[in-house]
Design a binder for this molecule. Sequence first.
Ligand code: SF4
Length: 429
Amino acid sequence: MAEHDAEILAGQLENMSYKETLEKDKADVILVVTCCVRQSAENKIWSMLGTLRKIKEKNPSTIICVSGCLPQRKGAAEHIKNRFLHIDLVIGTHNIHRFSELLREVEEKKIRLIEIFENDVETALHEGLPVKRAHDVRAWVTIMYGCDNFCSYCIVPYVRGRERSREPEEIVKEVKELAAKGYKDITLLGQNVNSYGKGLSKRVDFSDLLEMLNEIQGIKRIRFISSHPRDFTDKLVKTIASCDKVCEHIHLPFQAGSDVVLKKMNRGYTKDEYLELIDKIKKAIKGVSITTDIMVGFPQETEEDFEHTLDVVRRVRFDAAFMFVYNTRIGTPAAKMRDQVPENIKRDRIQRLISLQNEISLLKNRELKGKTVEVLVESEAKEREGWLCSRTRTNKLVFFKGEKSLIGELSHVRIEKGYMTHLEGVVLE
Ligand code: SF4
């Protein structure tokens, strides 16, 4: 979500005739797009903001802007204003459409500006903003903003606001424009895509939206992220199985295996319900790959609770997982829970979890040796002369030697070797 926000902010900069540079010392404008979902990400931002002071001292005319969900967190914008006097412009998540206007004001009046809209004051969706896409073959399309789930550890509903869905016509229009520009692979974005449709004038849900997008000429692959197990209906499973462009990859965060922990997290499902859903998905969608998010060290998590997490990992055999140690986010209910798990125990659990999941990811990728897969070629491979980087429908990266002319095309590759994070193969004529 933050990366796509960056594309929208970059689109506005481009419209103002700014050109991208990665050399901070030479930039007229430095834009920091922040994420505060995890404390570690937030710490990095504070330290980065500190280092930018030197650039401002060397080049006082450089305008430094901070955007994203950190300034939206209670008290953070004030902190930036008072502690980081070299920051010129601060905006939140609800007013990115105003970025270029505010930046012009800072440029012309040589002032500092801070503008944050509260969730319940200004939540209108703004269509048609310019976007400078980071990729040529695949594109992100936001279908909904915010989240109503209020998982007890999560700050997203406080910094991204309540759920708001875009009108389906607007989404279809954007995807048709992307198809006309040659994009082939789109990823639908939202904090909880499968609750798409709440509050719209027409009755339309996520399955209906997938069916509409599946009809668009030129688009070859449709993906989506993230799904919530609670809202994953039978209708959705059936739709994914029947829409030929919807890829066989589901990212379905489970977070914890223990029912006690799931309840404290306010996740709205049990371990058995999650496993049943996975079974249903595996049976209905042939060759599906499943990835997940897992958190260890939630307050009061016991060794027995953690064993349930390992059990889910063993039983599902995820293709990959984002694995995190629980971080306290001030302002969330979990931050006030007693018996926070000591850091050394969290570290031990995350290491055990990562080593189990890595072993499974490696085995699953090795199982693909000798198989032929359809890939969409995305780019040249970084630091591998003559190699291309491509992606399977199941979201696995495949590297192979080939001509640059294949970029943007679908090809067939025979897998020769599976690694933990990617595959290598040979393109078939
Ligand atoms: S569903 Fe996801 S974004 Fe929403 S509150 Fe829970 S963890 Fe946060």
